[in-house]
Design a protein around this ligand. Structure first.
Ligand SMILES: [Zn+2]
Length: 235
């Protein structure tokens, strides 16, 4: 039996919340649909953990959202070779470029979803949502529709309590996610995107570039401080 709230499809939802703009938008969409949201964030030793998790924690507290921050720092030795978790420089420029493969973290979404599914079972939530979007497909295999579907199947197979796994933005671009956020009246100064994790966003990493491009396409200023806001031309 599918339980449903007045507006949304689900009553209780676990959202994987990184502190970035996609999961921030998703979280707020769920709340505005009347869902009871439980947010979960992960420290997996990513170099921008401090900045990202501080932003997520601060925002969750400001709206009194149940929020779990899971410390996975101990698994960092298992996540070698990625610019986000290992001693590898963060590549600059566009996501489509092959050097962005350096930002792939081994099995990241399967690890995070697996724990979020456990949280959903124990919190009696019907669904786990995460913010994978169309711009991720080229670089990150664990942000593709097939992976989401298989994790959904695995979650239902692995537990007595049925939990769905969905990625509502899977077909959306960053531009479209931002359009949704603006229509929901969201303030993106409550988010953090840069992979470098310094006090000011670098403006040059793939993550910054993608974000700056989306704001620029909307003709709106990004409220975050940046070292540079220049868009790098695609090569
Ligand atoms: Zn950056």
């Amino acid at each position: 039996v599918q339980r449903a709230s007045a507006k949304g499809e689900y009553v209780k939802t676990v959202v994987i919340y990184s502190g970035g703009m996609d999961s921030f938008t998703l979280l707020n969409q769920c709340l505005q649909q009347g869902e009871q949201v439980h947010a979960i964030s992960f420290n997996y030793g990513q170099r921008h953990a401090n900045k990202e998790l501080a932003t997520a924690t601060k925002y969750a507290a400001s709206i009194k959202l149940p929020h779990q921050v899971v410390d996975l720092a101990a698994i960092k030795p298992l996540l070698r070779g990625s610019a986000l978790t290992d001693n590898v420089d963060v590549p600059q420029g566009h996501y489509e470029e092959s050097n962005m493969r350096l930002t792939v973290v081994p099995n990241r979404n399967m690890i995070m979803l697996s724990l979020a599914i456990a949280y959903a079972v124990s919190a009696d939530a019907e669904v786990v949502k995460f913010g994978a979007h169309a711009g991720d497909h080229a670089i990150y295999p664990d942000c593709r529709e097939k992976f989401v579907f298989l994790m959904h199947q695995a979650a239902r197979c692995a537990n007595y309590h049925p939990v769905s796994v969905v990625a509502p933005f899977i077909d959306d671009t960053k531009f479209e996610i931002l359009a949704l956020g603006f229509s929901l009246g969201l303030d993106y100064s409550n988010t953090w995107t840069c992979y470098e994790g310094k006090d000011v966003a670098c403006g040059k990493c793939g993550s910054c570039q993608e974000r700056l491009e989306a704001f620029s396409q909307h003709g709106k200023p990004d409220p975050l401080p940046y070292a540079t806001r220049e868009l790098i031309k695609k090569t």
